[in-house]
Ligand binder design. Sequence first.
Ligand code: HEM
Length: 170
Amino acid sequence: MSTINTTKTNLFLDIALFLAFVLAMVPHATGIPVHEWLSLAFAATIVVHLLLHWEWIVGVTPKFFARLFHESRLNFVIDVVFFLALIMAMVSGFLISKAALPAIGIQPAFSIVWRQAHRISAEVALITLGIHCGMHIKWIAQNAKRTLIGPVVRLFRKQPVAERAAGGKK
Ligand code: HEM
């Protein structure tokens, strides 16, 4: 796969993940069944996201203790906290499930502790996702400009008459 196609795949997948997470954060707007199934699809897509960034993960992990501070290390810490918070949100979500588990015949008992754990882990995930996006803002802005905004701007850009007559060629 060429670099530009990999970048495009990453960008579209990341946008889908971001939107799915935002929707997962508002279960009372989507309804609990949509919340639960969407979160499960989100978890599966996170696995694809991790596989697409596997080289980075494998590259940074051994270097983690090599230097006291560098940007990748901070990225790594944020990503680990984000990942753990997501796992906690998924596990506690299952333990309070009102739709997905009952659909396969399992009815979890109501637990205020797991409900609180679910809310807190989701909030920690939201905060760390914000930092994660902030730390990759340069990549997001560059590729959004090239892949999404660029083609739309080109569609509406006025072509000189001579260029149009030559079928868009200079
Ligand atoms: C990315 C993963 C997830 C995130 C970010 C997330 C986020 C949230 C948030 C913010 C709430 C509102 C909490 C409150 O107002 O107290 C909530 C409620 C809920 N979530 Fe999740 N959730 C996720 C995954 C799941 C999963 C996988 C399930 C079940 C299979 C689930 C089941 C529920 C249920 C049943 C509620 C309603 C709790 C209640 O009102 O009693 N969630 N979730």
